[in-house]
Design a protein around this ligand. Structure first.
Ligand SMILES: [Zn+2]
Length: 284
């Protein structure tokens, strides 16, 4: 929620309290943490923590595994309450084998994808072998982890042409802070998301599909009006960059750079900004 909206809302809620209405704003008593793994190429790996609870969205590519495990260790994460695997592409599920070697996963959520995909088949097998309870999300879920509320938004159709549009999206709320994660949603899925009650005035938007543009990109940005935008690449396409500039968003890039944010329940701020590592031409 952006500041003006918050101020306005605070006024409305005060008014409601004075007239005896019991509506109360969501409260957060402790800080929550959001981090993005600095990946070698365009890839997603995102961690949310509140108290003893941890939720991860995607696992980066296989080549990011060593860095991911060290990053989790640095943050003292040995167990994930929930692992959201947005869709079965290598830059989202590539780190699953390494992750399951080191970290206990209490539950994995994935879209109801039934396409032919050897990597996905191997991952399903591995999840079974490790005894990880998995759920194919077909209807919207509302989950609570510590002070985080997590709305998981599944794709609305049974089949799509590419894998990206199967992306599970998530809206995570900590107190009044709202964060939107969109996997690799392309045109069709982004259009659906705009009909799935995304917040308008989000504190953070994880751009879909590594900042690549489609005909719905500008509408998504105009609707969510993010204060902070994260692109899981080293740049966004021009149309996306333009829409983000028009929305006045602070934009960060996670390719080659770990990003850390902290929420106090009313605002989200970057806590550390390391220089972007030189991009290697050899990066796959
Ligand atoms: Zn991707």
């Amino acid at each position: 929620m952006r500041k003006n909206t918050k101020r306005l809302l605070a006024g409305v809620l005060t008014g409601l309290a004075l007239t005896g209405c019991s509506a109360a704003p969501p409260q957060a008593s402790k800080q929550a943490y959001l981090s993005f793994l600095g990946t070698r190429d365009d890839a997603d790996c995102i961690l949310l923590r509140s108290g003893a609870s941890s939720v991860m969205i995607d696992t980066g590519e296989a080549v990011d595994s060593d860095h991911m495990l060290a990053w989790l260790e640095e943050q003292n994460v040995t167990r994930l309450d929930c692992l959201i695997l947005t869709h079965p592409d290598k830059d989202h599920i590539g780190g699953v084998p390494a992750l399951l070697e080191q970290v206990e996963v209490a539950q994995a959520l994935q879209p109801d994808y039934r396409g032919e995909n050897e990597r996905n088949d191997q991952m399903q097998q591995l999840l079974r072998e490790k005894g990880v309870p998995t759920m194919r999300v077909q209807t919207e879920l509302e989950l609570e982890y510590g002070e985080l509320s997590v709305r998981v938004l599944p794709p609305q159709k049974e089949t799509y042409k590419g894998e990206n549009n199967y992306s599970l999206a998530a809206v995570v709320t900590h107190g009044q802070v709202e964060m939107v994660f969109t996997g690799d949603a392309q045109k069709k899925r982004t259009k659906e998301l705009l009909e799935q009650q995304l917040p308008s005035g989000a504190d953070l938007l994880k751009l879909p599909h590594h900042g690549r543009a489609n005909s719905q990109s500008a509408a998504l940005i105009q609707h969510t009006q993010p204060q902070i935008a994260v692109v899981t690449a080293s740049e966004a396409e021009e149309e996306v960059a333009q829409a983000l500039a028009e929305a006045g968003a602070e934009v960060y890039y996670s390719r080659g750079e770990d990003l850390y944010f902290v929420s106090d329940g009313s605002s989200l701020t970057l806590t550390e900004q390391k220089p972007l590592e030189a991009q290697s031409d050899q990066a796959a």
